[in-house]
Design a binder for this molecule. Structure first.
Ligand code: GTP
Ligand code: MG
Ligand code: ZN
Length: 317
């Protein structure tokens, strides 16, 4: 294709660092672009105006060596994390996501159910369907195996997709690939759980850098430092992201937390008090269900912990 001065091309941002964005155009070419002028996204202050997953229009200016993004299409969704500095701006990790996968491991490093519940809560808040991938099934002893089967059972029952896989042996990878086909998929989770290794297993032509697990802390080394989107040969995309410690991203009203617990949501209208917090109120349908064993105790404990979480940021986004 011959590029002319006024050609407007459409593409998807696959990487964004500072003032440069890497865009994959509709015809599959990868182009480095800069952003034209100031972009402000209504309602949030962000440190990065362009995010991985953004659908953009860009053009080649006359006699210039780089392409320019001049339009970012409206996002169907996005996930953000608070910036590390004290400014109240947020950092958009990625946008236009069809599926969020929590990559978890029982050991090396351990992923707690509390972490999973927090990420699920965030996915619910952004209306992004979430699934959980238990990786490293090749290393588990009987006890750890029992633990992930138990968790798979729990989250399956709540309507979340669950997978047991090994990036090392390839176990479970075909089922996971089937589920990812033709979608924009995002992997999140602690450093060292094997997000990048899994992408290499899903797409053997890729050789994304993977890291060691420190012997001392049993934690990853934060090998992936930028979110990056990769096209899948069987259709769709996968976004690899840097490992995170926490996922307490946005401020929730206490009522919103209960609404984002699917097993609570169905009962909320049955509580005696409309503003029930499901902690101590009489006539609470959630507590009743808990006592009858219909709500998992761990999930309820994490609800209380999220509710009391001092890390929840009171700033508005
Ligand atoms: N035994 C075993 N090791 C695995 C498996 N998946 C990943 N690993 C190892 O775990 C380590 C960390 O893997 P990475 O893919 O770098 O982890 P990550 O989640 O991308 O980590 P960050 O980029 O730091 O967030 C590497 O040494 C991998 O070889 C698995 O299924 N089984
Ligand atoms: Mg990685
Ligand atoms: Zn209640």
């Amino acid at each position: 294709m011959i590029i002319e001065e006024s050609d407007i091309l459409k593409g998807i941002v696959i990487k964004s660092t500072g003032s440069w964005s890497t865009v994959m155009s509709e015809d599959g070419r990868v182009v480095e672009c800069r952003l034209k002028g100031q972009f402000r996204i209504h309602g949030i202050r962000t440190t990065n105006p362009v995010a991985v997953g953004d659908r953009v229009e860009f053009e080649y200016p006359l006699e210039n060596e780089h392409a320019i993004i001049h339009k970012i299409n409206e996002r169907t969704n996005y996930i953000i994390r608070k910036s590390i500095n004290l400014s109240k701006a947020a950092h958009i990790i990625a946008s236009n996501i069809d599926r969020l996968f929590i990559v978890a491991s029982i050991e090396q490093p351990r992923t707690s159910a509390g972490f999973i519940d927090r990420v699920l809560l965030t996915a619910e808040a952004y209306h992004i369907p979430a699934a959980i991938v238990f990786n490293k099934t090749d290393i588990y002893n009987e006890e750890s195996r029992k633990r992930y089967l138990e968790l798979m059972d729990l989250y399956d029952g709540l309507g979340y997709g669950t997978f047991a896989v090994s990036a090392l042996t390839g176990a479970g990878i075909p089922e996971l690939k089937d589920f990812m086909r033709d979608k924009v998929n995002l992997f999140t989770g602690h450093s060292g759980v094997g997000k990048s290794a899994l992408i290499n297993a899903i797409e053997p032509s890729m050789s994304i850098k993977t890291g060691e697990i420190s012997d001392y802390h049993n934690k990853g080394m934060h090998t992936t430092t930028f979110a990056e989107m990769h096209a899948l040969s069987f259709g769709g995309f996968i976004i690899d992201t840097p490992g995170i410690k926490e996922f307490g991203l946005v401020y929730f009203e206490s009522r919103e937390i209960a609404e984002r617990y699917p097993e609570f949501r169905a009962l909320l209208h049955l509580c005696h008090y409309a503003n029930c917090t499901h902690i101590h109120e009489p006539g609470c349908a959630v507590k009743d269900a808990l006592e009858q064993g219909k709500i998992n105790h761990g999930r309820y404990a994490n609800y209380l912990s999220i509710l009391n979480d001092e890390n929840l940021d009171a700033t508005e986004y």
